[in-house]
Structures are given as C-alpha cells and as structure tokens.
Design a protein around this ligand. Structure first.
Ligand code: GCU
Length: 616
C-alpha cells in the first residue's frame, strides 16, 4: 500500500524548480478530439516560435513567460533537419504558440492534446506550469480550463528534449550495448529525431457530463455480428443511446459505466478484401435532451491463431508487407500527410496487406487509414533494443516506461479493426547473442520475468487480439514462445553468410523448421532484406545491388512458401530511412528499402508487385 501511495504522490505532482507539473493521465487520451454540436477542436499545427536551450537555462530564466530572439519552426515536424545547427542536437528546446480561445468554449472543459513529443515534454499555459510527459510516439493530454485567458491571447509553451539515456525506452547514450558504434549514440538503427512530431490540439468536452471512453469488441454469432460497446462517462451521466447499423440501443450508467451488446443481422465483416466500417454513435441524454455526442467507427472482425496459422474471421490470413518507419527528408519523424497517403497507395500498388509500426506507434491518422484501406497492423510500442542486464535501477525505469507505453497504446488504438497484433518489443537483447551458427541462447531469468509481465499487462487490457515480440537473430528461443505469434527478424545471406543467398536460404529453412518444432505457433518473418544502393546493378547478384536485394527477397519468399506454419512475410524495409552515422550506414541511411526514401521503386518493388499481386 505504501509503495502505491508513493507512486501516487510521485505521479500526481513532479516538483520542478518549485513548479508543480502533473503527470499525464492516460485516460485523457482515450478519445481523439472531435468537432460536433457539443464539442470543439482547434488544431495548432503550423508555424511556432522555437528556441534552442543548450545550457538548459530556460526554466531559470523563465522562458515560459515568452520567448525572445526565437526562430520559426514547423509543427508537426522534427527539428533536426529544419535547421543547419540542429541535426544532431537532442538536448532541450522550447516551442511557443499564441492563440485566442473562442468565447463559445466558455463553460466547457478545455484540454490540450500533444500527438507526440519526443522524448520528454513539459507544458506551461500563460506562464503557469501544467504538466509533463515522458516517451515519444504516443499522445498525452491535460485539462487547461482554469488557466485560459478569455478575450485575450493565450500562450502555450512546450519544452522538449530527447537526450539519449540508458534508462529510457528506446535506450541510448550508453556505449556497452550500442547497436553500432554510431553518432548520435542510439541503441537502435534509426535516427533519434526530436521535437513535436504530431499535431497539437486544443479541444473541449461538455462540463456537466461527457463521454470519456468508448471500447468496442466485435465477434459473430452465425452470420450475425455480436458487438459489445462499453462507454465510460464523466460527470452526471445517467443515460444515453448507442446506434450502429441503424440499430439503437439505450444505455444506463452506473458508476460512470454502461455497456450495450448489439446484434447486427447478416453483418458485413471487416477484412483486407472488404474493409467495411460501421459508424458508432454514442449520445448522452438527460430526459429527452441530448447533452453529449461522440462518433467513432468499427470493423466487425475476429482475430485468432492456432499452432500454424493466424485466422481472420475464422479463415487463415497471410500477412504480406513491410516493416517501415515514419521517416521523410526534412520532416524527419514528423507526420507528413502526403507521404502517409503515398505509402498506402504504394501498399495497394505492390499488393501488400500488412505492415508493422516498427519501432514505435505511428500517427493516429495512419491507424485510421489502415482501417479504411484494410491493412493489417502489428502495433509496436517503442521498446526497440531493450536489454535486461546491467544497472538494476535503469532496468526498473525501462520496465515502468514499457508498462506506461502499453497502457497508452492500447488506450489509444483499441478500437482499430486493422490492429490485429500487439508487439511488446523489437529485438530485446539477451546478455549474449549467438549470431553465427544460429544456436538459440536461453534467455536469462530477469528477461523472462520482465517480458512475461509485459505480455500479462497486454492480455489484461485487451484479450481480443494476438500478442508477440520480435526476436533478434540468435536470440533466446524461449522468449519466442511467450506471445501468441512468433515473430523473428532474419538476415541469413546478409549479416551472416554475406554474399551467399543460397547458403542463407538453406540456413533459414533449417532454422525455421527447428524453431516451429519448439514454439508450435504461427511464425512471421518480420524482417528480412538487404541494403541496396538505388541504381547499383551487376550481371550476377552482388551485395548492395538491386539484383541482390531481389534475389534475397525471392529466396526468402520461396522458403516461406515451402512451410505451412509461416503466417506472414514483412520485408525490411518499405523505404530507405535515416539512421545515426555509422560505418555500416552510408550517408546515415539504411538502404534496405524496396522504395527509396522519396518513394521511388527499386527492382525488388517491381518483383514484389508481380509476385504479390499475382497472389491477390
Ligand atoms: C534489425 C532491426 C532494424 C534494423 C535492421 C537492419 O533487425 O530490427 O531496426 O534497421 O536490423 O539492420 O537493417
């Protein structure tokens, strides 16, 4: 009990320089801001004031009272490639935006929601401390109602830093486990972009009573859809109504919670071939008056697995697609809507039906696109390069950040039919990895305990989806038994047997048989690929040429086709992407994309289109 009170105290207010910063409450990100007859939104995307704080003196000098000698910056967007002096700068920086609040918002509860600040953020409103959040790639929100100036401009100040540290997730800054000898020293193979990477919203909800969460679970009874909708409401909510597919169901609240179970006759199932979405309308009523309204969507589908297959709506499904990154020149990790649309149109062009959000959750618009386009998603928390040896305090810190990420990710993405698998880590590292002969080391006890508690938390929050972690080559095979699906990254013929695709494919085939023998779960190869410099060719496939990448991918797909327990193949990677500088990363780029960074197809993309489209 004592430790719970301690945690509660620490969570409620973080004393910083005599200023109270609340820690974000994950429940506040459950519903995306929505404009309707009862709610308002204001997207603050655009040009903000920006100031580097390399001496971390901004708080002492009270920069939250207004930035002086600032520059302009675009939000959303990483700061690293918007200026010539910011590329490798990951320390503190300040953002500021002025805005009026419409008088019509008076009497409502007003919130701010940040889509992603990487890595740690603190917010002031009109110079008053509001709250703080740690961890990129997931939203956080705070109520600002009491801090708002009416009939005058309001100043939003956000301090951000992405200092690489071993007790953060993803980890960085430490030499011992550096993936490559790289700069900046990240413990992962993508650039540690920093800044406000997604939109910042102001929004309102009704103050008397408001819908705070809608959780939708779908299944079937024969040809009918069985849809369970759980609603959480704040304030004086007593009753309401849910409508879906023209069916209305009354709801009554007790303790702020209500549930409706609705049968949809001859339901139209959600699938990649027919990604049909039903609109779900939730209203709160007082007598015959409606007092709040929230609309969302759902796809009616089920996802299960047996020892060899993943089943969508009871039928085997094969995931054809990619690991990717949110990455584009100048935008860095910042949401680039035209690039997002282009990526989905290229999924269609190439015949892909799936991607993994490697190695962090993507923008909420990405997930809504996947629902609409029928793309199956492996949704991954930012736990790339986790390790379980070394300093205990750092390990505990990393573990608690992973638990926070799982809570935030499932709260945010739980209603997306496109999300079929939760992924709790990419390539968690054992103390010793057997990269050469592929012998699997047994994981250490601490790692197993840590990983099992993460899986347990996922299943507690959402038992309707599958779970996995992505195993590193030569990693412990006992870790690969913990999820519902076994996912592995394999580079036989690249990092091992370099230059020899035939030998690599033979090693892969042998290892997969041995692996499935042990795990008895469907296997997805979540990464396989070869660095390919665009335009490099050779008569016979040779490493770094487009011919080698094509030959490599073909060999892996042929091996997969020969096994009845492979449930998916994700090429690494969809497009070339920025990394830290390292001798293995020519120009600070990972060239394993089948598309270039600006989305031009390499030979392998044409090959996949011909092979995958054929299978459609
Ligand atoms: C790893 C890792 C990726 C990385 C890839 C590579 O499997 O998961 O993030 O980019 O290997 O080396 O290209």
């Amino acid at each position: 009990m004592k430790s719970l009170l301690t945690i509660l105290f620490v969570c409620l207010s973080v004393q910083m320089n005599g200023q109270d910063f609340r820690t974000a409450n994950t429940e506040d990100i459950a519903l995306f801001p929505q404009q309707n007859e009862f709610r308002n939104t204001l997207d603050l995307s655009g040009i903000w004031k920006f100031k580097k704080d390399s001496l971390a003196e901004g708080e002492k000098q009270q920069w939250f009272k207004g930035l002086s000698d600032y520059r302009s910056i675009a939000v959303p967007g990483s700061w690293n490639e918007q200026f010539d002096d910011m590329r490798d700068y990951l320390a503190m920086a300040w953002y500021e935006k002025e805005t009026y609040i419409p008088a019509s918002w008076k009497g409502q509860r007003i919130f701010i929601r940040v889509g992603s600040a990487n890595y740690a953020a603190k917010i002031w409103v009109n110079g008053q401390p509001l709250g703080q959040h740690e961890g990129g790639h997931l939203p956080f929100a705070f109520e600002i109602s009491s801090l708002v100036n009416w009939n005058a401009s309001n100043r939003i100040t956000i301090q951000v830093e992405n200092i690489l540290k071993p007790d953060r997730v993803p980890t960085g800054g430490d030499v011992a486990t550096g993936l490559f000898n790289n700069f900046p020293k990240s413990n992962y193979d993508f650039f540690p972009y920093a800044g406000l990477h997604r939109a910042v919203w102001l929004y309102t909800v009704p103050s008397a009573a408001a819908i705070a969460d809608v959780a939708i679970n779908t299944g079937f009874t024969g040809n009918d859809g069985a849809v369970e909708i759980k609603v959480v409401a704040h304030g004086k909510a007593s009753q309401g109504r849910i409508s879906i597919a023209g069916i209305q169901a009354p709801i009554r609240f007790s303790g702020g919670k209500a549930t409706a179970s609705i049968k949809i006759p001859n339901v139209r199932r959600w699938s990649p071939e027919d990604p049909f979405l039903y609109t779900v309308d939730v209203t709160l009523t007082e007598g015959n008056k409606t007092i709040d309204h929230y609309t969302t969507e759902t796809g009616v589908r089920t996802i299960t697995a047996n020892s060899k297959q993943i089943l969508l709506n009871g039928k085997p499904i094969f995931l054809k697609g990619f690991g990717k990154h949110e990455d584009f020149p100048i935008y860095g990790r910042g949401t680039a809507y035209p690039v997002m649309i282009k990526d989905f149109s290229l999924f269609k062009w190439i015949g892909a039906n799936s991607f993994r959000t490697s190695h962090y959750p993507y923008d909420e618009e990405y997930m809504r696109m996947a629902d609409r386009e029928g793309i199956l998603v492996i949704d991954e928390i930012p736990a790339v390069g986790l390790y379980f040896h070394g300093d205990t305090a750092q390990l505990q810190r990393r573990q608690s950040v992973c638990h926070q990420y799982i809570n935030e990710l499932i709260t945010r993405d739980k209603n997306h039919p496109s999300v079929i698998i939760w992924c709790i880590a990419n390539e968690p590292f054992p103390a010793k990895v057997g990269l050469t002969s592929g012998e699997e080391k047994q994981g250490d006890d601490q790692a197993l305990v840590s990983l099992k508690t993460l899986f347990k938390q996922v299943k507690t929050l959402d038992s309707s989806r599958l779970t996995t972690l992505v195993g590193v080559m030569g990693g412990p095979s006992d870790w690969l038994t913990l999820g519902d699906v076994t996912c592995v990254n394999r580079y036989w013929g690249w990092y091992t047997n370099p230059g020899d695709v035939r030998a690599g494919a033979a090693m892969l085939s042998m290892e997969l048989d041995r692996l499935h023998q042990k795990v008895q779960k469907p296997v997805i190869i979540t990464e396989f690929g070869a660095d390919t410099y665009p335009g490099m060719h050779a008569e016979q496939p040779e490493m770094f040429t487009e011919e080698y990448q094509t030959d490599f991918i073909k060999a892996y797909l042929d091996v997969a086709d020969s096994k009845d327990f492979i449930a998916g193949m994700h090429v690494w990677a969809f497009a070339d992407f920025k990394t830290s500088q390292a001798i293995m990363r020519f120009g600070g780029i990972n060239y394993k994309g089948v598309f270039t960074r600006d989305r031009k197809p390499k030979m392998a993309a044409h090959y996949l289109r011909q092979r995958w489209a054929r299978k459609n």
